[in-house]
Design a protein around this ligand. Structure first.
Ligand code: IFM
Length: 452
C-alpha cells in the first residue's frame, strides 16, 4: 500500500465556471455573452447545446453550497459572469448580478469554504465583441474597470483572485482554430487577443489589490508539456514549437522575459502591436500562478512547412497506437508529465506559489441504480496527485488543488456530452448524484491524503 500525504496546510477544492453551470442567462438583467451568440451558430456546439439552463446553479445555489459542504471542500473556485455585472460590458452596473455573487461568497464563508474568484472564464459581453472584442485595445480598460467593480464589492471577503482563465484558449481556440467563441480563424487576430488579455491581467492586478488589500492575486494558465515520438531533431523541434505556442508564449511575458524569440520569429508578420509599457504591465508581480493541466501534447513536425505553429498534434488513434491511454476527450493520460510540468515551471520561472486550479478527466460515466462507479476518474486523480507530490518533493511550491469539476457541466464545443464532474448531473431532472470519485475525494480531503 502506497500512502500519499499532502502538507498540513494544503488547500483542497473543486472548480466550476459561470457559463458552464449557472444557466439563467436572461435572469435578473444579465446581458448576452459571446457564448450565448456562438452556441446559436449552427454546427459550432455539438447537438446545438447551449448554456441557457446548464446545471441551473443560479436557481439552486443553496443546495449546491450544501453539496460542496457535504464533500468537505475547503475551497471553491468559481467565475463571475461579466455580463451579469455589466450587461453591456461597460457603463451601467447591474446590482442583481453583484448580489448573486455576494450571496455565493457569503454562502461559502458560512460553510467554512474559501472562495477563489476568477474574473474571466470566457464570458465576454456580446456588446464588447460588437465593438471589436479582445482584438480591440479598449477591451483592456473595460476589463480593468469590471475587475475593480467586482473587487470593490467582494474584496472585503474574497482573498484569492484570478484575473483570467486560460488565455491560450481564449486566444487560440477562439481566434485561430475558431472552435470557441467568437470563432475567428486568423493567427494575427489570435496573437493580438493574447496580448490584450495578458495586458488586461497586468493592469487589473493593482485594480483588484486597491479594493482587496492583502489578497492573493494571480492568473490561471493552461499548460502541458510536449512529447515527441522519437528523439530525432525534427521531432524535438516540433516539441519546442508546441512548448513555445502553448506554454512559453504566456509564461515568458508574465515572468518578465517578453515574448519568446524563437516564436516571435516563427509568427513573423502576425506579431501583435505591443506598445512601450505593455510588457512591464504584463509582468506585474503576482502572488501565485494558477495552473490548469490535464495532459501533455503529443506532437510531430507540421505536415505543411508553411504552418507557423511548426507542429501537428497526433490524432487519438495515433496516440493509442503509440501506447497511450486516453480520456473521453481523446487526451492522453500521463500523470508523470503533470509532475514534470510543475517541477519545470518552478525551476524556470520565479513563481512564488502555485495552485492547481484545474485537473481532472472526462470519462463515459454511467448512472446505474442511482450510482456512478467512476473508477477510471478515481485512478486519474490518484495518479495525478501522486505526481504532484513528487513535484512538491522536488521543490515546486504547490499550495492547493482544485478538481475539475465539481459537477458535470456544459463542456463548450462538446455541449453536455463530455462529463468531467465529481458529481453527476441528470440534465433532464437536474438531479445531482455524487459519483464514487466525489466520495473518494471527500475521504481524501478528510485525511489529507490517500492510500492505494
Ligand atoms: O471545461 C474546461 C474549463 O472550462 C477550462 N479548462 C478545461 C476544462 C475541460 O475542457
Amino acid at each position: 500500500m502506497n500512502s500519499i500525504d499532502l502538507p498540513h496546510d494544503f488547500v483542497w477544492g473543486a472548480a466550476t465556471s459561470s457559463y458552464q453551470i449557472e444557466g439563467a442567462v436572461r435572469a435578473d438583467g444579465r446581458g448576452p455573452s459571446i457564448w450565448d451568440t456562438f452556441c446559436r451558430v449552427p454546427g459550432k456546439v455539438l447537438h446545438g447545446d447551449h448554456g441557457d439552463v446548464a446545471c441551473d446553479h443560479y436557481h439552486r445555489l443553496d443546495d449546491d453550497l450544501d453539496l460542496m459542504a457535504s464533500l468537505g471542500l475547503q475551497a471553491y473556485r468559481f467565475s463571475v459572469a461579466w455580463p451579469r455585472i455589466l450587461p453591456a460590458g461597460t457603463g451601467e452596473v447591474n446590482e442583481a448580478g453583484l448580489a448573486f455573487y455576494e450571496r455565493l461568497v457569503d454562502g461559502l464563508l458560512a460553510r467554512g469554504i474559501t472562495p477563489f474568484v476568477t474574473l474571466y472564464h470566457w464570458e465576454l459581453p456580446q456588446a464588447l465583441q460588437d465593438r471589436g472584442g479582445w482584438e480591440h485595445r479598449d477591451t483592456v480598460q473595460a476589463f480593468v474597470d469590471y475587475a475593480g467593480i467586482v473587487a470593490a464589492r467582494l474584496g472585503d471577503r474574497v482573498h484569492h483572485w484570478i484575473t483570467h482563465n486560460e488565455p491560450w484558449v481564449v486566444s487560440f481556440l477562439g481566434n485561430l482554430e475558431g472552435v470557441h467563441a467568437p470563432g475567428n480563424t486568423d493567427l494575427a487576430t489570435a496573437l493580438q487577443v493574447a496580448h490584450h488579455v495578458l495586458l488586461s491581467h497586468g493592469l487589473a492586478v493593482p485594480a483588484i489589490r486597491a479594493h482587496a488589500p492583502g489578497a492573493e492575486v494571480g492568473i490561471t494558465v493552461n499548460l502541458g508539456l510536449g512529447r515527441a515520438r522519437t528523439d530525432s531533431p525534427a521531432d524535438l523541434d516540433a516539441v519546442r514549437s508546441l512548448d513555445g505556442y502553448a506554454n512559453r508564449w504566456f509564461l515568458d511575458p508574465l515572468y518578465g522575459n517578453g515574448y519568446p524569440a524563437d516564436m516571435v520569429a516563427q509568427f513573423g508578420d502576425a506579431m501583435p502591436v505591443v506598445t512601450d509599457d505593455d510588457l512591464d504591465a504584463i509582468a506585474t508581480p503576482t502572488d501565485f500562478l494558477g495552473i490548469n493541466s490535464y495532459n501533455p501534447s503529443v506532437v510531430r513536425p507540421a505536415d505543411d512547412p508553411a504552418n507557423p505553429l511548426g507542429f501537428d498534434p497526433l490524432t487519438p488513434d495515433e496516440m493509442v497506437a503509440e501506447g497511450y491511454s486516453l480520456t473521453a476527450m481523446g487526451w492522453p493520460i500521463v500523470p508523470e508529465a503533470f509532475g514534470q510540468l510543475l517541477t519545470r515551471v518552478a525551476r524556470e520561472y520565479d513563481v512564488p506559489a502555485i495552485y492547481i486550479t484545474e485537473n481532472g478527466a472526462a470519462f463515459d460515466d454511467e448512472l446505474v441504480d442511482g450510482a456512478v462507479d467512476d473508477q477510471p476518474r478515481v485512478r486519474y486523480l490518484q495518479d495525478h496527485l501522486a505526481a504532484l507530490c513528487v513535484a512538491l518533493d522536488e521543490g515546486a511550491p504547490v499550495r492547493g488543488y482544485f478538481a475539475w469539476s465539481l459537477m458535470d457541466n456544459f463542456e463548450w464545443a462538446w455541449g453536455y456530452e463530455k462529463r468531467f464532474g465529481l458529481v453527476h448531473v441528470d440534465y433532464a431532472t437536474l438531479t445531482r448524484t455524487p459519483k464514487a470519485s466525489a466520495l473518494w475525494y471527500r475521504d481524501t480531503i478528510a485525511r489529507n491524503g490517500f492510500s492505494r
